[in-house]
Design a protein around this ligand. Sequence first.
Ligand code: FDA
Length: 419
Amino acid sequence: MPHDDHVLDVVGVGFGPANLGLAIAVAEHNVTAERPITALFLERQEAFGWHRGMLIPDARMQVAFLKDLATLRNPTSNFGFISYLAARGRLVDFVNRQTFFPTRLEFHDYLSWAAAHFDDDVSYGTTVEKIEQTGDGLLAVTGRRGGESVSAVARAVVIATGLAPALPDGVESGERIWHNSQLVPGVAKLATGPAPRRFVVVGAGQSAAESVDYLHRSFPDADVHAVFRRWGYSPADDSAFANRVFDPDAAQEFYAGSPEVRGRVTTLHRNTNYSVVDPDLIESLYERHYAERVEGRERLRFDKMCTVEACEDLGDRVRVRIRSSLDGTARDLDADVIVYATGYRSGDPTRFLAGPIARRDDQGRVRITADYRLELDGSDALVYVQGATEHTHGLASTLLSNIAVRTGDILASLEARIV
Ligand code: FDA
């Protein structure tokens, strides 16, 4: 295909870790390629940021640092976590810690460091709204930056718009009703006002346990009520054999399975990622809870087998109705803030498509090819997806584990189809 300067090879929608990984793969490819690949990334945020609202000091990564943006694809990459440590002058200091797990703050700094290399290739503050086919298999991507319309034409698009915070139906976030993605700025704001007396945290996953821990440590006079449907927090399975479900090869092995087998794998290994908590954090919360019982002043409280049935913002507090599924009784609790740690949902990548229609399976889920393209009706336009592929490529889809290798696979597919 002839190379036209006005037509890009690829436009990336979103510039989180997944498309940052792609930018790195493209840059490394271009160093030696006879025909370089041109790429532009459109990102809604004003600057690079990775789940900023949950950058709790001390919170650790749930993935080994070697599963960074590049190493598993190219162990000698200049964009690996080790290169970052060397650039920051902390390589030896990090090694002395003898852990595979950096803090999230440090990993955010790593991602920001990597992203800064691509400032010329990213249009920040740009929200993509629409992708349509223009003819000759090209794609026009349009969006808004400030009040202005922005557009780009490319041979391929890679949608990697990540996860969106999910609140229960009917719940709207506000001053006193937060999703945990608002936690860190919310706490910073509260810390400048009158001391809060009570928090309610809904959920039993990692973000819920981290929110309980952070609120309890940040406000030494406040009670923190954890409300969850389970009997207690359950540990994340981070053991070596189970971890193989995140191996690079696992994505294609999973893809080769029947829908029944894929479903079984996801159910069997759900506890590697969903509704589970890092065992160290469980132990720390239990120890603190027990110590408070010994002291006779319990600030940390656990409402097991309970659901939050309603919550009402009364202006100066929020009233929370908690129902026990054990005896069916309900009680009201007034709190300064309720934090819903009720998860995230993958955005439907087809929401951008104004032209070709995406094919769906018998459960209504988008059909994706092995090389991460949307299957489109009557069109072979190249629309790749990162993230929203858990039903086709397995549990690593929404995580960091596979970004390095997956972006290499997407680049190889792209190159074979457009160059
Ligand atoms: P991500 O959501 O990071 O990025 C998507 C980007 O697209 C965002 O920057 C967004 O602004 C942008 N965007 C969305 N819509 C857009 C539009 N219309 N136009 C333009 N841009 C748009 N995983 C793991 O493996 N180990 C871990 O330790 C953790 N820890 C962790 C902590 C917390 C608090 C959360 C919420 C999640 C994790 N994860 C994780 C999982 C997490 O999904 C993963 O770390 C990456 O964020 C996935 O990267 P993506 O680029 O796919 O999505």
